[in-house]
Ligand binder design. Structure first.
Ligand code: PMM
Length: 275
C-alpha cells in the first residue's frame, strides 16, 4: 500500500487557529514552506484565508497578495504546491503562479466558477465537504445531519462530485475530503474518523481521500485538562499521530498536517510494520 502524501500547511494569514500570524510575511511563509519540504512534505498547501469558526473573509486582493508571491517562489524551486482557496480568481492566479492542486474547502459551493477554472487547467482538485462560511458554520442548522454524519457527508460529497464533473473536471483530477471541523461537532468528527477506519462507505466513492485532523479543536477537547480546558493548539500532536498512524495503515491519498516531521516519522514507522 502506498504511503499517504503529506501536505504541509502554510497559512499566510493573521488569524488561523493553528498558526495565525506566524507566517503572514511573504518571506516567513516561503521559509516555512522550505522548512516543511525539508521535513518531508510532498505537497505545500498555501492558504490566505483563515477558515477558523467566526473568521471574517479577506477581500480578494488581500488574499492574492498573501498567497501568490509565496506560491511563485516555492513552485519555482520545484515544490508541488497546492492553493487553499474558495475563490475562482485566486485559483486561476495560483495555477498561473505554478500551483498544481486547488484545495477548495467549499467543494465549489462558495464560488462555483472555481470548477471551470480547475477543469480548464487540468490541476488536481481537492473537493471538501462544507456547508457554510466561517461566520455561520458551527450554528446548529449547519451541524445537523439527518441521516447520520457519515451517510450525509457522503451524499453531499456525491452532489459536489456531480457538479465538478458537470463543469468538465475528470475523475482523475478529483480528491475528496470529509472536512473535519467544518460544520461538525467534536463527536461528528470522531464518527467520521470511525467511518473512515472501520466502514467501507468512503471507499465506495472510488476516489482518493485527503484528511485534515491536525491541531483541530476536537483533539483539544479530547485531551482537555481536569477543569475541562482544551489542550492548547500546539500541544495536540501526540493525539494527532494516532490518527496519522491509523489512516496511513488504512490507506489514504493524503494527510494535511502542520508538523510534517512528526507525521513523516509516524508514517515511516507504520510502513515498517506492514507485512
Ligand atoms: N482544514 C483547514 C484548512 N484547509 N483543507 C482541507 N482540504 N482539509 C482540511 O481539513 C482543512 C483544509 C483548517 O485548518 P488550518 O486553519 O490549520 O489550515
Amino acid at each position: 500500500m502506498a504511503a499517504p502524501l503529506l501536505m504541509g500547511v502554510v497559512n499566510v494569514t493573521p488569524d488561523s487557529f493553528s498558526d495565525g500570524g506566524r507566517f503572514l510575511a511573504t518571506d516567513a511563509a516561503i521559509a516555512h514552506g522550505f522548512e516543511l519540504q525539508a521535513d518531508g512534505a510532498d505537497i505545500l498547501d498555501i492558504g490566505g484565508e483563515s477558515t477558523r469558526p467566526g473568521a471574517t473573509r479577506p477581500v480578494v486582493t488581500e488574499e492574492l497578495a498573501r498567497v501568490i508571491p509565496v506560491i511563485e517562489a516555492l513552485a519555482a524551486d520545484g515544490a508541488t504546491v497546492s492553493v487553499d482557496t474558495m475563490r475562482a480568481e485566486v485559483a486561476a492566479a495560483a495555477i498561473g503562479a505554478g500551483a498544481a492542486i486547488v484545495n477548495d474547502v467549499s467543494g465549489g459551493l462558495a464560488d462555483p466558477r472555481i470548477l471551470e477554472v480547475v477543469a480548464d487547467s487540468g490541476a488536481r482538485y481537492v473537493c471538501m465537504h462544507w456547508r457554510a462560511h466561517s461566520t455561520a458554520m458551527q450554528q446548529q442548522a449547519f451541524t445537523t445531519y439527518a441521516d447520520g454524519v457519515v451517510t450525509t457527508v457522503i451524499a453531499e460529497l456525491r452532489e459536489r462530485i456531480d457538479a465538478a464533473l458537470a463543469a468538465g473536471l475528470s475523475t482523475e483530477q478529483l480528491v475528496l475530503d470529509p472536512g473535519l471541523g467544518f460544520s461538525k461537532t467534536a463527536d461528528q468528527n470522531w464518527e467520521l474518523l470511525r467511518g473512515l477506519l472501520h466502514g467501507a462507505d468512503f471507499d465506495a466513492l472510488g476516489l482518493p481521500l485527503l484528511i485534515g485532523a491536525s491541531r483541530k479543536g476536537f483533539l483539544g477537547r479530547l485531551l482537555a485538562d481536569e477543569a475541562g480546558a482544551p489542550r492548547p493548539v500546539d500541544d495536540r500532536e501526540s493525539g494527532h499521530l494516532a490518527i496519522v498512524t491509523l489512516l496511513a495503515q488504512r490507506g489514504v491519498w493524503g494527510l494535511r498536517v502542520h508538523d510534517v516531521r512528526a507525521a513523516r516519522d509516524a508514517v515511516r514507522a507504520t510502513e515498517r510494520m506492514q507485512p
